[in-house]
Design a protein around this ligand. Structure first.
Ligand code: THU
Length: 133
C-alpha cells in the first residue's frame, strides 16, 4: 500500500461513516477495504427498527466487495468515534477471505492518529469449517 492509498483509504472510511444509517445507536461506523487489485470498497453500518437486523459497516464492505467480484484484500480501515476495533462477527467474516489482513483503526475525530493491527492479532483461532467425513 502506498502512502497515497493509505490516505485515501482513511478518508474513504471516514466518508462512509458519515453515510451510516444509525438512528438508534447513533454510533456511526465506516469501513474501507483495499482489494488485492488496489480498489477501495466501502461500507457503512445499516441499522433497523428491528435491532437484530442491523448490519455492521465491515460486513457491508465485504459483501459489496464480494458481489463486485473481489476475493482477496490487503487492508481493512474502520472509522468510528474513538477508533474502535471490529466486532467478533466481522473479524470472523474477514477471516473467510483473508488469512491475515492489516487493519487500520481510525478515530474519526483524529484521523491523523491511526492504530495499526492485524486480523490474526484480533482473531486468533478463527473458526474453520472442516466437517468430519
Ligand atoms: N457496528 C459496526 O458497524 N461494526 C462493528 O464492528 C461493531 C458495531 C455497528 C453496529 C451498530 O449499528 C452500532 O455499531 C452499535 O453497535
Amino acid at each position: 500500500m502506498t502512502e497515497l492509498e493509505r490516505a485515501k483509504l482513511i478518508k474513504d472510511a471516514c466518508d462512509a461513516r458519515q453515510k451510516a444509517h444509525a438512528p438508534y445507536s447513533k454510533f456511526l461506523v465506516g469501513a474501507a477495504l483495499l482489494t488485492e487489485s488496489d480498489e477501495i470498497i466501502v461500507g457503512s453500518n445499516v441499522e433497523n427498527a428491528s435491532y437484530g437486523l442491523t448490519i455492521c459497516a465491515e460486513r457491508v464492505a465485504f459483501g459489496t466487495a464480494i458481489a463486485s467480484g473481489h476475493r482477496r484484500f490487503q487492508v481493512l480501515a474502520v472509522a468510528t468515534a474513538g477508533g474502535h476495533a471490529p466486532c467478533g462477527a466481522c473479524r470472523q467474516v474477514a477471516s473467510e477471505f483473508c488469512d491475515d489482513l492489516l487493519v487500520l483503526l481510525i478515530d474519526a475525530d483524529r484521523p491523523d492518529r491511526v492504530i495499526e493491527t492485524r486480523l490474526t492479532e484480533l482473531l486468533p483461532g478463527r473458526f474453520v469449517f472442516s466437517p468430519a467425513e
